[in-house]
Design a protein around this ligand. Sequence first.
Ligand code: SF4
Length: 305
Amino acid sequence: MKLPVFKQMHYVSPSSFNSHQSCEFLTYLARLAGYKEFLQDKQGIAAAIGTAFDLFIKDKIERELSLPRNPELNLAYMLKTRIDEEHREVAEKTGRKIAKAYIACGLLEPILKFRGDVHVDVELRTIHLGVPIFGILDLALDDLPLDWKTRGFSKSSAYPKKGWVKRWDWDLETGSLKNRDENPKPDKYHLEKVNPIWAIQMLFYNWCLGRKQKHYVLEEICHHNDIISFARHEGSISEEFETSISEKLVVMWDNITGQMYYAEIEEPSPSKWTCEKFGFICKAAHLCKYYENTLGREDRRGDYE
Ligand code: SF4
């Protein structure tokens, strides 16, 4: 369907690409029709802890390597502005503990000893196949992207995803650290087989960094039972996956910017997975007649499970 554009998109980020893949109509409302409030979900405790961990580790890297930084954007200021007040106390306490355990595992050491250029919170931009793209990367070691993922810190637990090459388990009760190194099997799993959303994000970074081989390092920090696991994933992304994402990106950009005042938006097909992800109803549901006429109708909820 053709819908009027009130505010044009200037670039595509991994999150806008993924949200477009999941529901074009929601992307339209949030990014082309001016409903900015639909852009971000409320920060949950898991995201707050992940942010606190990130900030402690990045601060440590910047201090140890004497990286240039804006003195106004110091750790205290970042913790205050990046974490919602309702979670700040718990997130700071837990994030600090996890950061200490991460350092105790020796995971920070290779970063601090890296001989090339280390950049923290890198803003990346490029034009990929005619599409302007943008992303903010946790860490670049020369041109190798490294990202941290924290999972399992809310109600449900999370175990490291398959394919990790190194892993440490930290027992919260006893404080013991167990090294569970497995033989690295590079490329046994391409990243898209581990998690396609992560693979899309890493593809964007690789494109921006101009890498021919699409490589990555991802470190997962997962909470399960009374254990926190640190799992390192390294490897590549397949050419087939890259081609299919490139094609989708070009079509998305053409549909959004190809006409002067209108965007071509696919009519949504509401489902529990897209509209009620993780038990939260889409923020735009009250403006969405597609939801209202289907899932939103009490008598028809079972049809869309
Ligand atoms: S309610 Fe569902 S179909 Fe409607 S905008 Fe949100 S995600 Fe899309």
